[in-house]
Design a protein around this ligand. Structure first.
Ligand code: FE2
Length: 278
C-alpha cells in the first residue's frame, strides 16, 4: 500500500476473460488498494457483479448498518443504483454533485466493510471520475513527521459521523485510522457533511494538525488518483484501505451516468479462476 499513484500502470485494467484475472486483481489490490476490471459482458449489472464477486470469493453483498432501519429499508438492496434524477433521496446517489472524501458505511465499525465494487453501466457525458485517496499512506507519512498528530487520529473519540438522510437521526463515533488484526493500517477517513471532529479529544491541537495534513495530502498526486470507468468496467477497491469520492458530472439526458454499487465484508481472494468456461 506504499504504491505511488503517479505510476501510469496503476489504473491499467485487468481483462476479466483472462483465466488468472482474479489473481491479477488481488495483486493490484494488495499493492495499491484497488483494481479496474474490464468485464466485457452485456449481462445485467447485478449478474456481472455477482460473477466478479464470486471470482474474488467475496461472499454475499453486505447491507450497511444505516440501511437496516425501517426508514432506510428502500436502500437495503444488494446492488445500489447510482444515477442522478432517480426518485431516491440519498444525498450521494441521486445527484450529479461531487462527493468529498469518505468511506462507505458511516455507522459501521472501522474495517467492517472491506470491499466496494462500482460497476459502470454508462459513463457521464463529462466528469464523474471516481477519486481514490490512499489515506493510510498519508497517515504513515504523518506518523514520521508529527507522531502526536497521527496519534490523535487513532483516538476512538476522534470522528463522529451522522446520517444526513432525511428523518434518520443516527450516528457513530470511532477512530480515523486503526490497525487490523494483522497490524495493517485501516481507515475511515472521511471529510464531508457527515463529520463532526472531536478537537477536544487532543488538547494539544494534534487533531487540527492531522486534519490539515490529510487535506493537503489528498491533493498530492502520490496519494490521489482519478479513475474514469468505461461502460462494462468495474472498480474494485478496499473500502477499509482507501478513502474515495467523486468528481461532479454533467449528464447527457438521453444517456445519463449509471453506476451500480455493491459492498462486501470480505477482502478479495485469488486462486479461484474467473469462473468462465474456456
Ligand atoms: Fe461511496
Amino acid at each position: 500500500m506504499q504504491a505511488d499513484f503517479r505510476d501510469p500502470q496503476c489504473a491499467r485494467p485487468v481483462d476479466f476473460a483472462e483465466p488468472d484475472a482474479p489473481d491479477q486483481v488481488v495483486q493490484n489490490i494488495d499493492e495499491r488498494g484497488f483494481s479496474v476490471v474490464t468485464m466485457g459482458e452485456s449481462r445485467p449489472p447485478g449478474a456481472t457483479i455477482t460473477s466478479l464477486a464470486a471470482a474474488l470469493r467475496l461472499g454475499h453483498p453486505y447491507i450497511p448498518a444505516l440501511y437496516r432501519y425501517a426508514e432506510t429499508k428502500a436502500y437495503s438492496t444488494a446492488f445500489s443504483d447510482i444515477r442522478s434524477g432517480s426518485k431516491g433521496r440519498h444525498p450521494g446517489f441521486s445527484t450529479t454533485a461531487g462527493q468529498p472524501w469518505h468511506v462507505d458505511g458511516l455507522l459501521d465499525t472501522i474495517g467492517d466493510i472491506k470491499t466496494t465494487i462500482l460497476y459502470c453501466v454508462r459513463a457521464a457525458h463529462r466528469g464523474g471520475d471516481t477519486l481514490l485517496f490512499n489515506s493510510p499512506a498519508a497517515f504513515a507519512e504523518l506518523r514520521d513527521k508529527d507522531p502526536a498528530a497521527s496519534e490523535a487520529l487513532l483516538s476512538p473519540r476522534a470522528l463522529n459521523r451522522r446520517s444526513t438522510l432525511p428523518d434518520v437521526d443516527v450516528n457513530a463515533t470511532g477512530p480515523v485510522f486503526a490497525l487490523d488484526e494483522k497490524g495493517d493500517l485501516i481507515t475511515r477517513y472521511t471529510d464531508n457533511e457527515t463529520c463532526t471532529w472531536n478537537f477536544s479529544a487532543d488538547p494539544r491541537g494534534g487533531l487540527n494538525r492531522a486534519l490539515a495534513f490529510l487535506r493537503a495530502a489528498s491533493e498530492d498526486a502520490r496519494f490521489r488518483l482519478a479513475v474514469r470507468l468505461a461502460p462494462g468496467q468495474a472498480l474494485v477497491f478496499r473500502n477499509d484501505r482507501l478513502s474515495h469520492g467523486r468528481q461532479p458530472y454533467e449528464d447527457d439526458p438521453d444517456a445519463p451516468r449509471h453506476l451500480v454499487r455493491a459492498l462486501y465484508a470480505a477482502a478479495p481472494l485469488g486462486g479461484g479462476g474467473n469462473g468462465l468456461r474456456g
